[in-house]
Design a protein around this ligand. Sequence first.
Ligand code: SAH
Ligand code: F3S
Length: 466
Amino acid sequence: MNTISNLSIYKNTPNLGGQKPQLPNGTASIRNVYIETYGCQMNVSDSELMAGILTQSGHRTVSHIDDADVILLNTCAIRENAETKVINRLEHLNHRKRREGNLIIGVCGCMAQHLRDKLLKAAPYVDLVMGPDAYRNLPMALNAVANGDPFLGLQLDKSEDYADIAPIRKEGIRAWLTIQRGCDKMCTFCIVPFVRGRERSIPLKNLTDDVQRLVNEGFKEIVLLGQTVNSYHDGNHDFGELLWRIAEVDGVERVRFTSPHPADATDSMIDAMENCPQVCKQLHLPLQSGSTPVLERMRRTYTAEEYRELVSKLRERIPQIALSTDIIVGFCGETEVDFMQTYQLMADIRFDSAFMFKYSDREGTLANKSLEDDVPETEKARRLNEIIKLQEGISAEINQDVIGTTASVLVEGDSRRDAEQYHGKTDTFKTTVFPKENVQVGDIVNVEIHSATAHTLIGEIAGSNC
Ligand code: SAH
Ligand code: F3S
């Protein structure tokens, strides 16, 4: 079996500024690589990075799976069902591998790092298992597997930030920019620190240069990405400063970020959100639970009361702010009283939207080692349904209140349902649909909102006679 430890010569490869280098001696052949992405936006961003690394070394990425001789699944490990989905997909791909013989199948990302060589036991036809800090070795790995041995690249590396790699993005108006990798928070339910390693921030200068390039390529909105994006610190600059500096790049229309941690919501961050016109008035602020004892067991480092106070402060400083959150129900030891506190906090705060999950016990996490996953599955499902119902009602009501107002919308493209309509996002990240007028994708337009569902605003460009 190949391992990555003796194959790390690509580390510190200079940025070739888009030039294609010669394939290294011994490279078997140029490959057509299809990358299929699962999970969060960080994975989407990592897939763009992988495409950059592969292209830089002479390989091609393809947009149709049928054209590929290498298929890489960039995977998620956050909940059990994310991994089950990938195992099913691998079985399907193995049918094709059996037919074609020379297809290379790779599993990359968090699930690869989580399951390690156990993945090869579950799916022995997999050729390559590669974690998030090993992507520099992808070209090397493709060569290595050509001789039939599987390749494992699983070292975590706190110094790896891929700052010198130019990702390959799809054209569009919104670019996702990773500013930080890994997580130091160690929430007890979460697998991320174990599969993505320690936190590291990319130097501000690299990021502002990246943003200038993105603007030159036509992107209008920059979304900064990190596991706890607001704990960003490159040694000299904190997150608030970064927001200002990114927003100052000539041509940047909008800046967003995801996901911040409530404990790192500093005045410097709030000040940038309040006073920097390009920074959108929208915040995804994961709560997880409304019960302080549960938050303690989760090691979230804030109480329910502190979270409430933070929300009050944000709304005082930025009255139009839209808030969304993540909630887990059925965490170890969660009683009906704990659950009702979550329900009540959601009802009081009235988030614009929420991602809601049943707790999923993950092997390797602190909760898995020291707490009992003792809420029955049926009870988790009931609690989840209750908060979903609550949140749907709140989201619908909040959107109803927008009817009759005018929203500033960045035009993103044709509406999925009707090519006569455009869709775009408001500053508060609400999807808005409206008939096409004399405007272009990438324009920011004023849209009068006429109607709304829980998830979409519907209107027309202000002043139009449609
Ligand atoms: N800070 C990260 C969190 C990543 S995980 C970010 O938002 O970028 C995203 C969400 O998944 C978490 O906020 C949490 O609500 C949920 N989650 C994480 N681990 C989970 C688990 N074991 N079971 C259920 N949900 C989980
Ligand atoms: Fe996970 Fe908590 Fe970090 S949710 S990503 S350990 S902030």
